[in-house]
Ligand binder design. Structure first.
Ligand SMILES: C[S@@+](CC[C@H](N)C(=O)[O-])C[C@H]1O[C@@H](n2cnc3c(N)ncnc32)[C@H](O)[C@@H]1O
Length: 315
């Protein structure tokens, strides 16, 4: 660890404006940046609420705010200050997959992360510390661009592109969106399958064996798609299936996997990591412990013989 441990620079990226580039290798799970917001806004916001927040900022902060991208600048109905905020705001709370964060923040450095549908960085808001932390979710090499995901849905390419075009005014040419032919088709099928599995798993409360197989299929698909986000939540789902059936050995294996994944994605001090650690130490304290029929399920590393999930596995 160097005293002045510079990890990234903000520089021009062809076709994307500015972006964040690693100046040294960054390890998987390593914190890249932790930043307090210049200001935050609730869901109900408009140009007046933004002007009000900006009023108390220094001249230099106002200048930096005005230098940020406004992808809505052609739209005269959107005031430039609101346009800048909406282009750059990041969620302060859980967002996506049916959840909307109660607030969004404007981060002067964090605003410079471009988007990828196979992100190598995740942003996590800590309510306790009131900071956003950007963490490498993959090993990153020197010179590589650091990208978060603006809209990580389990959507096929055209739908992702349409959403990014509408919300942020660009056509995505990330590694996932640039694929062609069979590779693109397979990637689209995997993402649609992931969306289906996400919904099915939620309905497997009384079918724990099926639930575990769905989780395992989802984890295989995530890995093949190069996606790290959701490894934690899927593994936690598997833990809960084992909890219901009093399968202690496999419950321990799954919560360990969920905890390891969440430490990479959101950090050891995140709310989810603290919760998962508690269940790692005391799995039987989960409120659903033993609530279902006793069964022995499967751990994360066991190869399943369930042919019903063959299609998803092959993708
Ligand atoms: C939050 S800003 C990101 C930083 C921005 N590039 C800049 O120069 O400040 C969002 C804007 O960056 C650009 N952008 C982000 N991801 C991109 C990508 N994958 N390809 C092209 N442009 C992208 C779009 O103009 C988008 O509206």
């Amino acid at each position: 660890m160097f005293l002045d441990d510079l990890k990234f620079v903000i520089q021009s990226i062809p076709g994307k404006g500015m972006g964040v580039v690693a100046v040294r290798p960054i390890a998987k799970g390593e914190e890249v940046l932790s930043e307090a917001p210049l200001f935050t806004q609730k869901l109900a916001r408009n140009k007046l609420t933004i002007l009000h927040s900006l009023a108390s900022k220094t001249a230099d902060e106002k200048r930096q705010f005005l230098e940020l991208t406004n992808c809505h600048r052609q739209n005269r109905k959107i005031h430039p200050f609101l346009g800048i905020f909406e282009t750059n705001a990041l969620p302060c709370g859980n967002n996506g997959m049916g959840e909307i964060a109660p607030a969004a923040g404007l981060f002067l450095q964090g605003s410079r992360f471009n988007s990828s549908c196979v992100p190598n960085v995740n942003n996590y808001w800590s309510e306790e510390k009131q900071v956003i932390t950007f963490r490498a979710i993959k090993g990153i090499t020197e010179g590589e661009e650091l990208c978060i995901s603006y809209k990580l849905g389990f959507e096929p390419r055209d739908s992702r592109r349409a959403q990014l075009q509408k919300g942020f005014g660009f056509e995505c040419h990330c590694a996932a969106c640039s694929q062609l032919g069979d590779k693109l088709l397979t990637s689209n099928l995997r993402r649609v399958a992931l969306r289906g599995l996400y919904g099915e798993i939620a309905l497997c409360g009384n079918k724990p064996a099926e639930g575990i197989q769905n989780v395992k299929s989802a984890l295989r698909l995530l890995q093949k798609e190069g996606l790290v986000l959701y490894e934690d939540t899927f593994s936690y789902d598997a833990f809960q299936f084992c909890v219901v059936t009093s399968d202690l050995i496999h419950a321990k294996a799954w919560i360990q996997k969920a905890w390891e994944a969440v430490c990479i994605i959101s950090g050891e001090d995140s709310t989810a990591a603290i919760k998962f650690k508690r269940y790692m130490d005391h799995p039987k304290t989960h409120p659903s412990w033993g609530k279902g029929r006793m069964m022995t399920l499967e751990g994360p590393d066991e190869v399943s013989g369930d042919a019903a999930h063959g299609a998803a596995i092959e993708l």
